[in-house]
Ligand binder design. Structure first.
Ligand SMILES: Nc1ncnc2c1ncn2[C@@H]1O[C@H](COP(=O)(O)OP(=O)(O)OP(=O)(O)O)[C@@H](O)[C@H]1O
Length: 533
């Protein structure tokens, strides 16, 4: 489509360092801004901003960081404003130009957009994306980003998120910077089409307000989702599925030669089918391969050390951020939560600190995270590699669920009979210890635990490894001598929900279940511990 050629043209323009097309995106301009607000964490560890040659300590409030740079109009972030039922963010981007000034209240801002007396201005190269405001119904504000205010709404019958940016009055430089952000985001969104990238619906420019409309994510951001779970980790299978979504979206973004530069859980949106889409391309850039890029954005907790240090960087900064996001999904926690964002940045750069990987983390996931946040960007894998590694891990989990988290309840007799009824156990005959499906008939006790709606784990206990066999099982401490192994059972075999299923048998003669139950139930928690490890 037409936009494809525009982005290609942009690539050429950037390589030459010039204004592109109709003067829309001048990357050189952004780089000059950066010269005026140089932020660094030096080797001694002090964090400073140098402003037009001078130097000032940074004020840090939670994770919000900003340099008070009058030339660029970069203001201190003063923290978050929450709206009823709102989304909220824990870390505003560093050096995002121009927090919205709130000269107009939110109603006035929305009304200004909708007022037909104010003319709609051209989107230049992207006119076909101009919104027809007659189709737009503005709803309430629900989130405040560093760059704009988010409203719910309906466009042409579809739920949408509307980002409004108020053009600052009496500050032409800041207005220019914000306009660049607006154009940047429109250009990026108009050219990105992927199931894991938030879908662009259109944009609109009026004299005092700019607006960007995307599909609305009912599930909010991943950060909100994790906060709602109060630091409980995401079920492993879901965490990996979400991580794959993000990695696929980023694989696509990198494939176009772009860098997101602000990948973090606030910018990852959850949709009703549980898929994740990447949002917020306001600071995304074309990768400039020859010279590397110098930083002007990002959010410290997720930011690669080279970016924090203002060293040249490339697409691998996104891989670093992804490693941190993966850790968030696995642990449910905010990265470096006991530190301020600046302390975290200092620790990352000067002490090589990284989030602590939980002991029970799957080795494959631990390896992915460790590689992603390696200090050497060249060691970090590409997103294509990450997708491959995550998909193998996903498969591994289906095959071996030892470390998966699960719920269960015990309904012994009922489930026992269920087994005997051969619902799940069509291939296992516990009473006789023979099985049409199992080659090793020595499993006398089999515990099948439905991990979730997709798969079972079946734990088989080999009673023959007991000092004495089943006749004395109840008087022994059977777990100490038991061999526990995991067998996988495909989802299709699963017929019960959230139940611990126990089958008991003896290979020589039928074992009366009544004699066995107390032992089996006392065994089960020990077995769970084995599985959990
Ligand atoms: N399409 C959407 N659907 C639902 N929520 C959204 C959507 N887009 C953004 N949000 C929410 O609004 C918040 C701010 O949006 P966005 O990141 O685009 O603004 P921003 O001004 O660029 O902010 P920041 O620089 O702090 O990331 C997000 O963290 C997210 O929680």
């Amino acid at each position: 489509m037409a936009e494809g050629s525009k982005i290609a043209g942009f690539l050429v323009g950037v390589a030459g360092g010039n204004v592109v097309g109709n003067g829309l995106y001048d990357v050189g301009f952004y780089q000059k801004l950066d010269e005026g607000s140089n932020m660094s964490i030096d080797s001694v560890g002090s964090l400073q901003t140098s402003i037009d040659g001078g130097s000032a300590a940074m004020s840090v409030e939670n994770s919000s960081v900003g340099s008070n740079n009058s030339r660029t109009g970069i203001l201190h972030h003063t923290g978050l404003r929450l709206f009823p039922g709102s989304n909220f963010s824990l870390g505003h981007s560093v050096l995002r130009p121009g927090r919205v000034s709130h000269a107009m209240n939110e109603d006035a801002l929305a009304q200004t957009l909708m007022d037909p007396r104010y003319p709609t201005e051209s989107l230049e190269n992207y006119d076909e994306w101009t919104l027809d405001l007659r189709k737009l119904n503005m709803g309430v504000a629900f989130a405040q980003g560093a760059f704009g205010k988010l409203y719910r709404g309906i466009y042409d019958g579809e739920d949408v998120a509307i980002k409004l940016l108020e053009k600052p009055e009496n500050d032409p430089e800041r207005a220019l910077v914000m306009e660049q952000q607006f154009r940047q985001e429109v250009m990026m969104l108009a050219n990105l089409k992927h199931p894991n990238i938030v879908r662009f619906i259109g944009a609109c420019r009026k004299p005092m307000v700019w607006c960007i409309v995307t599909e609305y994510a009912k599930g909010g951001s991943v950060r909100q989702f994790l906060m709602k779970r109060q630091n409980r980790s995401v079920p492993l299978k879901l965490a990996i599925k979400q991580a794959i979504d993000i990695a696929k979206g980023m694989e696509y973004v990198h494939g176009l030669g772009l860098i997101h530069r602000d990948l973090k859980s606030d910018n990852l949106l959850i949709f009703s089918d549980k898929s994740i889409k990447i949002a917020d391309f306001g600071v995304a850039r074309i990768e400039v391969k020859t010279e590397g890029m110098t930083p002007e954005t990002g959010t410290y907790r997720w930011m690669a050390p080279e970016m924090i240090q203002h060293r040249p960087y490339n697409q691998k900064v996104d891989v670093y951020s992804f490693g941190i996001v993966l850790w968030e999904l696995i642990t449910g926690m905010l990265p470096f939560q006991n530190m301020t964002a600046v302390q975290a940045a200092f620790a990352v750069v000067n002490r090589g600190v990284r989030p602590i990987i939980p002991q029970d983390c799957l080795p494959a996931l631990s390896q992915i995270m460790t590689r992603c946040w390696d200090p050497d960007p060249d060691v970090r894998p590409s997103f294509s590699d990450i997708v491959g590694m995550l998909e193998s891990t996903q498969e591994e989990i289906v095959n071996s669920v030892r470390r998966a988290r699960f719920r269960c309840c015990i309904q012994p007799m009922m489930i026992y009979y269920k087994l005997m009824d051969a619902d799940l156990i069509t291939c296992y005959d516990f009473t006789n210890g023979v099985s049409s499906g199992m080659t090793d008939y020595s499993y006398d006790c089999v515990l099948s635990i439905l991990m979730n709606s997709d798969f079972f784990v079946c734990i088989a206990v080999d009673v023959s490894k007991c000092q004495k066999r089943d006749s004395t099982l109840s008087s022994q401490n059977p777990t100490s001598a038991f061999t526990v192994s995991c067998l996988k059972i495909p989802a299709a075999s699963a017929t019960t929900n959230n139940h611990l299923c126990i089958g008991v048998g003896d290979s020589q003669q039928p074992s009366p279940p009544s004699l066995m139950w107390s032992s089996i139930i006392s065994v089960h928690s020990a077995i769970f511990d084995v599985v959990r490890r």
